[in-house]
Every structure is written in C-alpha cells, then in structure tokens.
Design a binder for this molecule. Structure first.
Ligand SMILES: Nc1ncnc2c1ncn2[C@@H]1O[C@H](COP(=O)(O)OP(=O)(O)OP(=O)(O)O)[C@@H](O)[C@H]1O
Ligand SMILES: [Mg+2]
Length: 183
C-alpha cells in the first residue's frame, strides 16, 4: 500500500512537471480515439497543410479562426496540434491567443500560467512561458495567468505582430498553431 501511494505521488509529480492536472479533455480525439472518424478528418487536414498544390512549401505558422463563437476553432487547433506532433518531424507549439476566454488550459488540463498576455505587456519572454504536455513534441504557450482588461488592444498592438515573428523565428524545427478568438 505504501509503495502504491509513493508510486501515485511520483506519477502526480511527473504529471505536474508535464503541466497536466488531470486526464486530457475527451474532445482530443487524436489522442483518445486516433482511429475515429473525426481523427481521420484531422489527419486529412494535416495532409492538406503539408502537401500544398503547385509544390508550394508547407507553412510553419498557421492561425485557426472563424467568424462566430463555438464553431470549433479550439477543437480543430488542439487536435491538429496532436496530429502534427505525432505524424511529422517537427515539434508543435500550440498558442492560445484567445485572451478573453482562454480554453487550451481546459483541453490540456493545466493551471492558468503566464503567456501571450504577459509577453504582449512586456512582462515575460516566450521561453519562460512555454509549458510541456504529456504528448511528445507538443508544447503550449498559454494565454495568460489572469485575463487582461484590454484583450483586443493587446492583440492589435505592434507587439502582437512582433510576437508572431518571434514565434516563426523559433526555427524550422517548430510548427506553430495559433488558436484565436472569433473574428
Ligand atoms: N465539428 C464539430 N461538431 C460538433 N461539435 C463540435 C464541433 N467542433 C466543436 N464542437 C463542439 O462545440 C463546442 C465549441 O467548440 P470549440 O471550443 O472548439 O469552439 P471555438 O470556436 O473554439 O469556440 P470559441 O469561439 O468560444 O473559442 C465544444 O463543446 C465542441 O466540443
Ligand atoms: Mg476557442
């Protein structure tokens, strides 16, 4: 019993190190149900991104967006991130730019910590904000420890454009996926 408890404690500590507070959200089909219909559609999307027509090079930064709330941006961004981390050579950085209603922390079960908002306010650097996930080669740049008072202004600032450039400059080794608020 003692050994089991010690083992559970060790597992919990390792999970905390990996950023996870509990089981990953059920909507991560690519993780929980990799052979489901939805996961298959996500793999198709990955193929389209990595095999563009006319031999165009694959992008290294993509933004997932839509006009209205609740259309599936976070679901697509999260599952695509898992699919690319699993199926391509690159590491994936999934960025939560929904500063009004961050949700990657709910999907990947980590506690709110500094990220995009603090970087845009000049109070943090990218490297110190990135957290690992239990999925190999998949890391997350969270939205914010606390929701900022002025999310739109932050995202429209010059610093936001600079942040995207800095993310692209992480190198060929990284594929960046940005989850955004509705337009
Ligand atoms: N293709 C889909 N079919 C059915 N349900 C979906 C689909 N995509 C997402 N959902 C569900 O709709 C809800 C909203 O999805 P999600 O959070 O991904 O949307 P969103 O566009 O990121 O929302 P928001 O604009 O509020 O950030 C979730 O409960 C999700 O499970
Ligand atoms: Mg969302």
């Amino acid at each position: 019993m003692q050994i089991l408890k010690a083992f559970e404690k060790q597992e919990r500590e390792q999970a905390t190190q990996a950023g996870a507070l509990g089981p990953l959200d059920d909507h991560l089909y690519m993780y929980h149900m990799p052979y489901s219909y939805t996961a298959e559609q996500i793999r198709k999307l990955r193929t389209h991104i990595f095999h563009l027509p006319d031999g165009r090079p694959a992008p290294r930064v993509i933004m997932v967006t839509s006009a209205l709330p609740g259309e599936g941006k976070t679901l697509i961004a999260s599952n695509l991130a898992v699919a690319i981390a699993k199926g391509e050579d690159q590491r994936v950085l999934l960025v939560d730019c929904d500063l009004r209603k961050p949700s990657l922390n709910d999907v990947f079960k980590f506690s709110r910590s500094k990220g995009v908002s603090e970087i845009l306010q000049g109070r943090a650097e990218i490297a110190e904000c990135i957290i690992s996930t239990p999925i190999d080669k998949l890391a997350i740049l969270p939205a914010a420890r606390e929701n900022p008072a002025n999310p739109s202004e932050l995202l429209e600032s010059k610093r936001a454009a600079a942040l995207v450039k800095d993310l692209a400059a992480l190198g060929e080794d990284w594929f960046i996926i940005i989850d955004t608020p509705p337009l």
